[in-house]
Design a binder for this molecule. Structure first.
Ligand code: FAD
Length: 507
């Protein structure tokens, strides 16, 4: 299984053997076309297919190509956006509805696992959140308060499952963990067994409404459906959601420890900004500790490879590490007000749906989105429709974030064009190094591969015209504005762009 990055995640070590059924026919009329085969797309498609709808999934690459095969797969009712913040921005009733949604999502995953007899190492776990200084204690107290108000089971504790000095900590029950790719492949199998069709390597470039029928364009064919769902993690193209979702990257190491007792039998998080997250993965007889963190906005760190070194130093400070077995990074999207956008795509097309802006809780929100969107398509209603409405603009909750993120986009649009350094000689570039430079008065994104071969591209992202940045960890060109990414040949890795970077002939 490949994913949209050079580094390999712990979950990619599987050989997909799912029968994808026959190819779709352009003359078929589908009830729904779901774009994207991650947890959101598969959950949505299976939910619709189970309820008698005829569905087609169109996937740009292969099943699990996106963030679902890079996640840490913590299943949480306690979210990145604390309930005290949700209460402040959306009110206590909505915060309680949100908490109910998280519980429902874990129950839906468990229901699928039981119903389809899925072997994906699902286990209920307790969660721990701890503060390391007085400032964090204040945050932790507020979070604890919020958790109590929404009725989640939480209590103060004196011990935590990670060897990090702390001042105060809380424990919450009802969390879980699983193997995300084994789960995803089992959903795929269930979907196709029910007659659903999946077409891989089918990048959707646009969706057009033709008298109420949705025409979905791929390079080879145009498919028709009554409803279409963007389950693409971030929707392609430019819409109001481009201004309400900001791309971030986060980093993971999977390590073997010398001390068997140091592996946590729970999920744990600190209160740093960005925070570290911990879990244990059981691979046959072997245990691997996963520690993640060091998040930053996409395209905003000049030495992403060095982030792995920093994370390793952090882990070695606290753990007796035997070997580093896995290292990878991946992308997620923050919404402007901390809650995801799930429902009707903003902009007027009644038959187009979207789910995005999950932050670090996409296993939960992707699952919930599948059921919300299936409900909206089939019944036109969902208890969560207003709370997660993509068209909402909660000014109090989101205005400051939106202004900050979009000022940053504007800055990159202009400043990155002016600040390009000149490159006198291609020999100045090291092997496996990429840089955006001015060469003979032209801006180019240039990469020299391990054999010394140069690859030159236009650095202008075809999505919104920003200048891409080099990501040394993943050997990719990443757009600092909306998060589109490209490989060293300019090929698209992930949206919201749907076009490659232009090649430049420097021969
Ligand atoms: C390192 C990391 C750790 C995380 N840990 C957790 C965690 O512990 N718990 C949690 O709940 N969440 C976590 N998250 C978040 C979660 O993993 C994601 O939110 C979730 O996987 C998103 O799933 P998705 O199906 O929406 O998107 P994806 O898995 O990204 O799938 C989208 C699919 O759409 C396809 N696609 C895109 N554009 C097009 C197009 N135009 N045409 C056709 N196909 C297209 C892509 O190829 C891709 O396969 C983490 C995220 C990261 C980065």
């Amino acid at each position: 299984m490949i994913r949209d990055s050079k580094t390999l995640s712990i979950w990619q070590d599987v050989i997909p053997f799912v029968n994808l059924n026959e190819s779709p026919n352009e003359n078929d009329d589908f009830d729904a076309i779901i774009i994207g085969a991650g947890i959101t797309g598969l959950t949505t498609a299976l939910s619709l297919q189970e309820r008698g709808k005829k569905c087609l999934i169109l996937e740009a690459s292969n099943i699990g190509y996106g963030t679902t095969s890079a996640t840490t797969a913590h299943l949480n009712t306690v979210l990145d956006t604390p309930y005290n913040a949700v209460i402040k921005g959306f009110g206590e009733d909505n915060a309680q509805l949100l908490a109910q949604g998280t519980k429902q999502a874990i129950a839906l995953i468990k229901r699928n696992i039981d119903h389809y007899k899925i072997n994906c190492d699902f286990e209920y776990k307790d969660g721990f959140l701890y503060a390391e200084n007085e400032e964090q204690v204040k945050d932790l107290d507020d979070i604890y308060d919020g958790l109590q108000k929404v009725g989640l089971d939480v209590s103060p504790v004196d011990t935590i499952p990670v060897p990090v000095p702390f001042i105060k900590a809380i424990q919450f029950s009802g969390q879980a963990q699983f193997h995300p790719v084994n789960y995803l492949l089992a959903l795929t199998e269930a979907f196709t067994e029910k007659g659903g069709i999946i077409k891989e390597h089918a990048l959707v470039s646009k969706v057009e409404d033709k008298n109420g029928t949705q025409e979905v364009h791929t390079p080879d064919a145009v498919y028709k459906a009554a409803s279409v769902v963007y389950a693409t993690h971030v929707p392609p193209g430019i819409s109001i959601l481009s201004f309400k979702c900001a791309p971030y990257r986060t980093y993971l190491l999977g390590v073997t420890l010398n001390d068997e007792h140091q592996y946590p039998e729970a999920l744990a998080y600190d209160c740093e900004e960005p925070y570290h997250y911990f879990r244990t993965v059981y691979l046959d007889d072997k245990k691997i500790l996963l520690v993640g963190g060091n998040d930053h906005k996409t395209g905003h760190n000049e030495n992403t490879e060095h982030i792995f070194t920093e994370l390793e130093a952090y882990i070695r400070k606290h753990y007796d590490v035997r070997t580093i077995d896995y290292k990878w990074s991946s992308q997620y999207y923050e919404s402007a007000d901390g809650l995801p956008y799930i429902g009707k795509y903003p902009g007027g097309n009644e038959h187009l749906y979207v789910a995005t802006g999950y932050g670090g809780n996409g296993m939960i929100f992707g699952t919930l989105a599948g059921h919300i969107i299936a409900d909206l398509i089939i019944t036109g209603e969902s208890a969560y429709a207003d709370l997660f409405a993509p068209s909402r603009l909660k000014l109090m909750a989101s205005f400051k974030n939106m202004v900050t993120e979009n000022a940053d986009v504007a800055k990159h649009f202009i400043a990155d064009r002016l600040s390009v350094e000149a490159l006198e000689e291609f020999a100045d570039l090291g092997k496996e190094e990429g840089r955006v430079v001015k060469y003979q008065e032209k801006q180019i994104a240039i990469y020299k591969d391990e054999y010394g071969v140069l690859k030159a591209l236009s650095p202008v992202c075809p999505h919104a015209g920003c200048i891409v940045s080099w990501n040394s960890a993943e050997k990719s060109w990443d757009c600092p504005c909306h998060g589109a990414r490209y490989d060293t040949d300019g090929q698209l890795l992930n949206g919201p762009s749907v076009k490659p970077l232009k090649k430049i002939d420097i021969s």
